[in-house]
Design a protein. Sequence first.
Length: 586
Amino acid sequence: MLFYGKMKGHPPKKRNRYLWLLLLFVFVLFVFYLFRKDVKNELNIVQEHLRHYRNELREHHDEHQNEKLQHHEEITELKEQNKVLLEHHKDEITELKDQNKVLLEHHKEEIVQLSDQNKVLLEHHKEEITELKDQNKVLLEHHKEEIVQQNGQNKAIDEEYKEKLEKQEESNEIRTGMQRAFQAYMRDAWKSDEYKPVSKHGVNTFGGKGLTIIDSLDTLWLMGLTDEYAKAKSFVEHDFKFHGHINVFENNIRVLGGLLAAHALTNEQIFLVKAKEVGEVLLGAFRNRIPCGIIDTNGYCGSQSWAGGRSVNAEVGTLSLEFETLSHLTGDSRWSEKIRGINEYWQEHQDGLLQMYIDPKTEKMSGPRTIGGGIDSTYEYLIKLKLMNGDKIAAELYHKFEKEIVENMMVTHGTRTFAKASGSNRLEHLGCFGGGMLILGQRYIKEGLAFTETCAEMYTSTASGLACDSVTIEPNGDIKCENDIYLLRPEVVESIFYAWRQTHDQKWRDYARKIWRALHKHCEVETGGFTDVKYVTKSTTEKMDKQESWFLAETLKYLWLTFQSDDVLPLHEYVFNTEAHPLQIY
Ligand code: DMJ
């Protein structure tokens, strides 16, 4: 009313607004009333639920209490029953215990009885055992020898097997070295005389005759390097020419010797045909009984520039094996006649050791009496000629010179025996062929082996494992390097090869193995080929740049042969010329 009364005095628009507000208020009051009623009902329901749960819990608790009581009674009952059972079994247990006692008493006797029986048996067997032991002892004694022998055989078989493996390994490595050396030459220097493996060029040291090819033929064939051999043979068939400026000694031992050896091994006629062509040219050196050292195919016959018009002794004395073989194979005696003339000359001049130079015109011998470079192979060819065809003059001369060498040139300093090249204590690598020569002569084997050992120690005494080109042997036996370079020379491995064939003492193969390893380490060039080196007394050497053709012809061949059996080039069938080319004994 109050509200309405107030409204009455207001304008109609404002009066309506108040009326709406009043209606809204009444509505809110109504909603609140409804909500309150609802909440009250909900609370009543919840209280009802709680009451119900409380009753349930009480019931569960009572049930649990009853069960507990029941279990307790059951346990008490079971305990009672156990007591009764134990009482009942007591008697039975006692009875069983007594039975056991009786049984034990009973078995005791049996056990004692069995023990006694065992004792008797043991006593009885004791004799048998002693008898058997004695029998065993006798048998062991009897078999001891056999067992020792068997053990020895087993050891020998083991040793042999080990040796075979090592031998195989070395041969394969050396063969691979040869293959890589030749292939590198084929790749970078084909048809040149020699190879420079560091700069990878060829060099014509012999006027461009393909020297390395000819010098390698037999080594390639022996090692079974068939592709390389076929290429080399094809060169001989189609490209080989022998003319121009010719060093008689070098071309005889390397070119004529190489072709004759290839023929000896393969029986291919082409090699003999070419050997004859070379032999024809070399006859040009004989204006006189004493040949000249340098010739050419235009008729020149002279000497080395440094020899003062004289021939060097080895140029005269190192023709016989090749010339005699050529005459023998061709039936043409011209070469053989030249050798007869030279041997007669030696016979006329066998007053002590030979001298370094011979004048072809006057036949006067001059210079130092020595066994070193420039003269060494003259002695070597005398024993080899005797072995090759039984030449009597050569045999007589050799034995005379050999005696002279052993008696007057060989000395022992400390533990080291060697042949002095001249008056000094100097030992050249070149002179180390001497040990092998004495072994081959068979009269001074002990001296030859001792000399070879000193030469082998020229290698083992340096830090690199390679030998100096020349050394002095001090009075106490120390080896002092004189020329600190290694030129891939073969003389030491050559003598080691003869020492191995003579003795089959493993130490020679060990030396050869060490030398091969040092060569492989210091001289082998990564891209193929081997080079000479300097500073061999140091552990780090320096590569020079030349693969000498003798390395393929000799050094690798002798190393490889040292690891082959004796029936590869047996020494009763072949002699090696001074460039290691094998020629047939006839
Ligand atoms: C080889 O050509 C031959 O062995 C020759 O008899 C001497 N010199 C070389 C190797 O050093």
